[in-house]
Design a protein around this ligand. Structure first.
Ligand code: PDD
Length: 285
């Protein structure tokens, strides 16, 4: 049985609860983070903690805990649930006022904080990383502040279902003719050795894995260009991949039915995955 964390308490999952008036439940008025665990250690915790503070700040939401306490909670859950490889999910909402009201509740309303673990043995050795994944493009119908990691994930879920119905693994979203990102990851193509990914703005989530991978690519003397690209350009690319805390660097081998290169994971995606996993494990805490 899983032990979860809710508002200061470690509880068996069946005993944990939040109010029906919680603003996360009623208004999707909450933010989240997903941090991976490899070998019992947290990957890039500092990056996720920093982005959490940014998301909270953008929404004028109070932080329920300091960073050192947050780290302790993550570590304690990993320990209690004996997580070797997996994920820690964290959610903070604007709390549970006495009634439903669109206006934000009084400043002194306690935020709700929930964390739980997901055990995923062999997370870094995922078979999908060897074959690569297939994607379809879909319109990006999300709200305009995708840089804030809110729990408003309905369109991402719909996108995954569109991909599933199309017989593929995921969807890349398109706005004004250019790819924004994947439903739960950042999107990249590679052409003539150059790694191309959309620049940071309010249009996409500022991926923690993205930041690390781009830094490592530059350290390995690879060329990086941060700019938008079209689905047509993507279909003519030599290779493609996505990054996220749950998939690390995942090769993409097909877009809208068009195979990329020879239809197998490309050398740059494979190399970046190796570098990312190796470097991240070294500094995991
Ligand atoms: N998703 N873009 C979107 C829309 C995302 O939801 C995510 C992460 C990313 C990648 O960010 P990072 O590298 O910090 O994980 C990009 C997480 C994993 C999720 O929702 O499960």
């Amino acid at each position: 049985m899983r032990t979860v964390y809710v508002n200061g308490q470690y509880l068996p999952e069946q005993e944990a609860s939040v109010s029906v008036f919680d603003r996360g439940f009623l208004f999707a008025d909450g933010v989240y983070e997903v941090t991976s665990v490899l070998g019992g250690k947290l990957i890039d915790f500092a990056g996720h903690a920093r982005r959490l503070q940014r998301s909270l700040g953008e929404l004028e939401m109070r932080s329920p805990v300091e960073e050192d306490e947050l780290l302790e909670i993550h570590r304690e859950l990993v320990r209690l649930n004996e997580i070797e490889d997996g994920l820690v999910y964290l959610q903070v909402t604007r709390g549970a006022p006495a009634d439903r009201d669109f206006a934000y509740p009084p400043e002194d309303t306690e935020p709700t904080i929930v964390l739980f673990t997901q055990s995923k043995p062999g997370l870094a050795e995922s078979p999908a990383a060897k074959t690569g994944i297939k994607v379809v493009t879909i319109p990006d119908a999300r709200w305009a502040r995708r840089d804030i990691k809110t729990v408003q994930l309905l369109y991402a879920s719909m996108g995954k279902m569109m991909a599933k119905k199309a017989g593929v693994d995921d969807a890349w979203m398109v706005e004004e003719g250019q790819i924004t990102e994947g439903t739960s990851n950042n999107a990249y193509i590679v052409k003539d050795g150059k790694i191309i990914t959309r620049e940071l703005s309010t249009d996409i989530l500022h991926g923690i894995t993205r930041a690390a991978v781009l830094r490592m690519a530059q350290e390995a003397q690879m060329q990086v260009e941060e700019r938008g690209f079209t689905p047509e350009e993507a279909k003519e690319a030599d290779e493609a991949f996505v990054t996220s805390a749950s998939t690390f660097v995942m090769p993409v081998v097909e877009i809208d039915g068009t195979p990329l290169g020879d239809g197998t994971p490309g050398p740059i995606a494979k190399r970046l995955r190796e570098i990312y996993l190796e470097e991240s494990r070294k500094v995991a805490i």
